[in-house]
Design a protein around this ligand. Structure first.
Ligand code: NI
Ligand code: MN
Length: 228
């Protein structure tokens, strides 16, 4: 399986001719390499973790060419209001299987809503995902603080790859994310995300790497990829 980091929390996973994209923040993402824009077209599964603009990103545009958009129920209803028809709703604790992909929706400790036409749109609970794809189990934590139930995610799904936010302020910082790796999860490959996108995100990959004692930290450059 090939993993391409599109910067921030946006990832593209590619295996067996199928593509999964999570949190497609491309337009307006200062670190997104624009030459990769075409890669995000025609994806098989587009997954959204919560209703913040740095995660929903280009979802409305990309949904036109995607086969399925997977999100929590309330985000799917918002997508419907915007004319999106190919959505597939789920909720925390649930699992769905769509040709070649198993998706588990897991909790995240965060918020989910944005302002549209002067009012707040409620996005339901924020979430993370564990996807079973290309022979791997990948935990994408979305935006989250540290929470003890990450132990339950480990127990239920034993992910071998995880993408964890480390930028601090809006999510875990390096210290909290390292506790997730050292004490709650037991994952071989750890990819940090949600850092260095904007100056307010002060958590650094170098600090995180020093603190992690279990699993190996793989720091990608935006646009960088790895075959696992
Ligand atoms: Ni957020
Ligand atoms: Mn965010």
């Amino acid at each position: 399986m090939k993993i391409i980091w599109l910067g921030h929390s946006a990832f593209l996973f590619e295996s067996g001719g199928k593509k999964v994209v999570i949190d497609p923040f491309l337009t307006g993402n200062p670190v997104f390499p624009k030459e990769l824009r075409e890669l995000a077209d025609g994806v098989d599964y587009l997954l959204l973790t919560h209703l913040h603009s740095d995660h929903v990103g280009d979802a409305l545009e990309l949904s036109k060419k995607a086969s399925k958009v997977i999100a929590i129920f309330e985000i799917c209803k918002w997508l419907e209001l915007k004319g999106v028809k190919n959505y597939d709703p789920m909720n925390i604790g649930g699992t769905i299987e769509v040709a070649g992909l198993v998706v588990h929706m897991v909790p995240a400790l965060h918020s989910s809503g944005f302002i549209e036409n002067g009012s707040i749109v409620y996005g339901g609970n924020p979430c993370g995902y564990v996807i079973e794809f290309g022979g791997h189990r990948i935990y994408h934590a979305g935006d989250t603080g540290l929470f003890l139930d990450m132990q339950l995610i480990q127990r239920l799904f034993s992910p071998d790859i995880c993408c964890l936010p480390i930028g601090d302020r809006f999510t875990m910082g390096p210290r909290e994310a390292s506790i997730a790796c050292n004490e709650f999860l037991d994952v071989q490959t750890i990819i940090p995300m949600h850092f260095d996108t904007f100056p307010v995100l002060t958590g650094k990959a170098g600090q995180f790497k020093k603190l992690v004692k279990r699993g190996s930290v793989l720091v990608l450059e935006p646009g960088g990829s790895v075959e696992l």
